[in-house]
Design a protein around this ligand. Structure first.
Ligand SMILES: *Cc1c(COP(=O)(O)O)cnc(C)c1O
Length: 416
């Protein structure tokens, strides 16, 4: 980046500092990852110079012959990766992918059901603060308060009474496997379409570590930047019948020109996700999360639903008299990044929260395994038990830094 360093030293310096923040700290945000160098390379190219409104073979601008081939590769690879009939790789984000599905067949005021935000759902599933919640008549469902698992019986009962047009499943903070078939059957029974949003778990679904909704629910949406480890963006998969409605909803319905440098990077990501090495990565993500979870339990932290099946866990802090917000700040001082998160039946406000969410995709991409996860759990509990001792937190931060330097993001990239 020598040209950037000369032309815009302020931005170069900030990128550099962020590089070191990522390198020296423990990133445990469940929705983040470290993309392959090849993904970065595809994104930083001249593909960004071109307008390619439309789809391969049907563009509104000339000169798209290479863009057509790139987008076709991305679509074909995604279809093969998940066994999908049709794929749209143009959504700029996961939220826009969801919005496009809604707009493909629903009208403002139509009824839909989705997992509530405070039970692990996502804003774009109809939260009142999001456009989806303003346009549609949303009935939320949640988890059973005793088991902290999705209550399919209750969801079915609500669906029968409500007769929604769409049932959305998928979550941002649910540590257990989701039964997509059950959702699809409930939807079919009540004459609704179903949408599974696998933004968080797509890397587990395409490798067979979690059941996949593709071909089971009417629509599947995902981000490409979470467990899937690609560039920031969204995708939609569906069968042939829904294909043209979905494509029209994305463009011209929701978006203008596609980000072709990002679509090229998505294609690289889909290629990577189909390799045996990626499958090993995904397995290690789940293994690491189980080890981390068990070690936290050994340190007397209660896990929501008693554990995890995937890449994340939710820690209930109510027995420790700490809020999620305080825990997030405390761990931050110790060089460990997590996010506060609401948990089922929590007593505190959504700004304080009673829990934190911890995920293993990033640390696993950096090469950390079971032993490292035990060490990380020890640091987390030591920090949370010494919240009011800045010296202890600084000590942990130094240890974390030394440890993290052994796992560089990109061993071959040396910034100043
Ligand atoms: C992250 C996430 C999204 C949104 O992705 P953005 O790219 O941030 O818009 C959508 N749905 C779920 C379930 C998510 O976890």
């Amino acid at each position: 980046m020598s040209s950037l360093a000369l032309f815009d030293p302020e931005i170069f310096d900030l990128i550099n500092r962020e590089h070191w923040r990522q390198t020296e700290g423990l990133e445990l945000i469940a929705s983040e990852n470290v993309v392959a160098r090849e993904v970065l390379e595809a994104m930083g190219t001249i593909l960004t110079n071109k307008y390619a409104e439309g789809y391969p073979g049907k563009r509104y601008y000339g000169g798209c012959e290479f863009h057509d081939q790139i987008e076709n590769l991305a679509r074909d690879r995604l279809c093969r990766l998940f066994g999908a009939e049709h794929a749209n790789v143009q959504p700029h984000s996961g939220s826009q992918a969801n919005e496009a599905v809604y707009l493909s067949f629903m009208k403002p005021g139509d009824k839909m059901m989705s997992q509530s935000l405070n039970n692990g759902g996502h804003l774009s599933h109809g939260d009142p603060a999001n456009i989806s919640g303003k346009y549609f008549d949303v009935t939320p469902y949640g988890v059973d308060f005793d088991t902290e698992l999705l209550d399919y019986g209750a969801i079915e009962e609500t669906a029968r009474k409500l007769k929604p047009k769409l049932i959305v499943c998928g979550a941002s903070a649910y540590p257990r496997e989701i039964d997509f078939k059950a959702f699809a059957e409930i939807a079919e029974d009540v004459g609704a379409k179903s949408m599974a949003d696998i933004a968080h778990i797509s890397g587990l679904c395409c490798t067979g570590l979690h059941n996949s909704p593709v071909g089971v629910t009417t629509f599947t949406t995902s981000t490409t930047h979470k467990t899937l480890r690609g560039p920031r963006g969204g995708v939609i998969m569906c069968n042939k019948e829904e294909a043209s409605r979905i494509d029209n909803a994305v463009f011209p319905g929701m978006q203008g020109g596609p980000l072709m440098h990002v679509i090229a990077a998505k294609a690289v990501c889909f290629r990577e996700a189909s390799t045996p090495e990626y499958k090993e990565y995904a397995k290690q993500v789940v293994k690491n999360c189980k080890v981390l979870t068990a070690a936290l339990e050994d340190n007397n932290f209660r896990l929501v639903s008693g554990g995890t099946d995937n890449h994340l866990c939710l820690v209930d802090l109510s027995d420790h008299n700490i809020s999620g917000h305080q825990a997030e700040l405390t761990l931050g001082r110790a060089g460990i990044t997590v996010n506060k998160n609401t948990i089922p039946r929590q007593a505190l406000s959504p700004f304080e929260t009673s829990g934190i969410r911890i995920g293993t995709p990033t640390i696993t991409s950096r090469g950390m395994k079971e032993d490292e996860c035990k060490q990380i759990a020890d640091w987390i509990s030591r920090a949370l038990k010494n919240m009011d001792k800045p010296a202890v937190l600084s000590e942990i931060k130094e240890e974390v830094k030394k440890f993290c330097l052994r796992f560089p993001l990109y061993p071959e990239i040396r910034m100043t």
